[in-house]
Design a protein around this ligand. Structure first.
Ligand code: KG4
Ligand code: ZN
Length: 343
């Protein structure tokens, strides 16, 4: 089955073609970062308008790269939520219209299910069941995954998502949007232990997270370290980035250890934009080595938003016979654990 995947939930237009026999045939991406950078964050209306401009050209490009014509498609999957309502509507309307025109089934896919299944696109995919740490700009969740559509929420962030915390710390340090990868790059020059930041909520039982206290701690530390002109020297900024990253990573290591022990599972996957973070990967690799378990993640391109993960998740569900009804529905809020096994 050959499926076109369309991702337009936020500030990336992603279009990909996935073939259940041959794997990923094409994967095209347009990032709107330059459009939103001067505002310091995503402007929803600008995001929607740019998806309108980019989605069709990217579909043509993806079909071309895959060396297929639109009539070779067997199905179309698009992100139906969660995300920005206007942005979601662009991908949903285009996906549904194209599907109707071609007379093929379409399906609205859950964005976080897409992230969660992205490691399946790698040469050595994980096997169910596993624990998934989902860390993106909008979500931080620990999920027990039995199969596609069988998701038990073990814990989640009570306030900011991990990526959001990275982005806000980036802003505090004067880095351009999105701050996450830039904070990580700055932290490379930081000295371990130069500052010691709290590990939020690790002394409480349970698997929930909270990053707002850590964020305030970073803000106060920056204020303490600024000179009279409000400037901070570059080594201190790097040390703060490093201390923040270390606090986030060790919080995830502690909670993932707990999740693996609580579930008795020995496979951990990480997905979502923050799973591209090298120190997080290293920290969790150390954990699974100790627990005689295994860690899986996608290559960086498939950690952040992309069309490939939507094409893959859509393909699995369409193959099982799941289809959209005639109406076009998008869900800006859509709890992952309300999904069901297809078929
Ligand atoms: O999954 P994603 O592309 O979009 C959402 O679904 O939200 O995640 C984007 C988030 C942003 O907050 C970005 O700063 C963060 O992932 N991110 C990173 C890194 N790469 C992306 N955070 C820390 N380290 C990175 N290397
Ligand atoms: Zn995402």
């Amino acid at each position: 089955m050959i499926v076109l995947g369309i991702e337009t939930s936020c500030d990336e237009t992603g279009v990909a073609v996935y073939d259940s026999e041959r794997g990923l045939l094409a994967d095209c991406l347009f990032s709107q970062v330059d459009i939103h950078a001067s505002y310091g964050g995503v402007v929803p209306e600008l995001a929607s308008r740019d998806h309108v401009r980019k989605t069709l050209p990217l579909i043509m490009e993806a079909l071309d790269k895959a060396s297929i014509s639109k009539t070779d498609l067997d199905g179309i999957a698009y992100t139906a939520g969660p995300g920005l309502v206007g942005a979601l509507l662009v991908g949903a309307s285009i996906g549904r219209s194209l599907g109707m025109g071609l007379g093929i089934p379409t399906l609205g896919v859950h964005h976080m299910e897409g992230h969660l299944l992205a490691p399946m696109l790698e040469a050595e995919p994980p096997q169910f069941p596993f624990v998934a740490l989902l860390v993106s700009g909008g979500h931080t969740q620990l999920v027990k995954v039995e199969a596609i559509g069988q998701y038990e929420l073990l814990g989640e962030s009570l306030d900011d998502a991990a990526g959001e915390a990275f982005d806000k710390v980036g802003k505090m340090l004067g880095l351009p949007y999105p701050g996450g990868p830039r904070v990580a790059a700055l932290a490379e020059n930081g000295r371990e232990g130069a500052f010691d930041f709290p590990r939020p909520m690790v002394n409480r039982p349970g698997l929930d997270f909270s990053f707002s206290g850590l964020k305030t701690f970073v803000r106060n530390t920056i204020a303490d370290q600024q000179d009279g002109g409000g400037n901070i020297d570059s080594q201190t900024a790097a040390d703060i980035a490093r201390a923040f990253e270390d606090a986030v990573v060790s919080t995830f290591v502690i909670k993932c250890r707990r999740a693996l022990q609580q579930t008795g599972l020995r496979t951990l996957i990480i997905a979502g934009g923050v799973s591209a973070n090298l120190r997080l990967r290293e920290g969790l690799q150390g954990l699974v080595d100790q627990l005689d378990s295994r860690l899986y993640y996608a290559q960086p391109r498939y950690c952040t938003d992309n069309g490939a993960m939507i094409a893959y998740a859509g393909c699995k569900r369409l193959q099982a016979g799941q289809r959209d009804d005639l109406e076009i529905i998008v869900m800006p809020r859509w709890p992952l654990d309300t999904l069901q096994t297809p078929g």
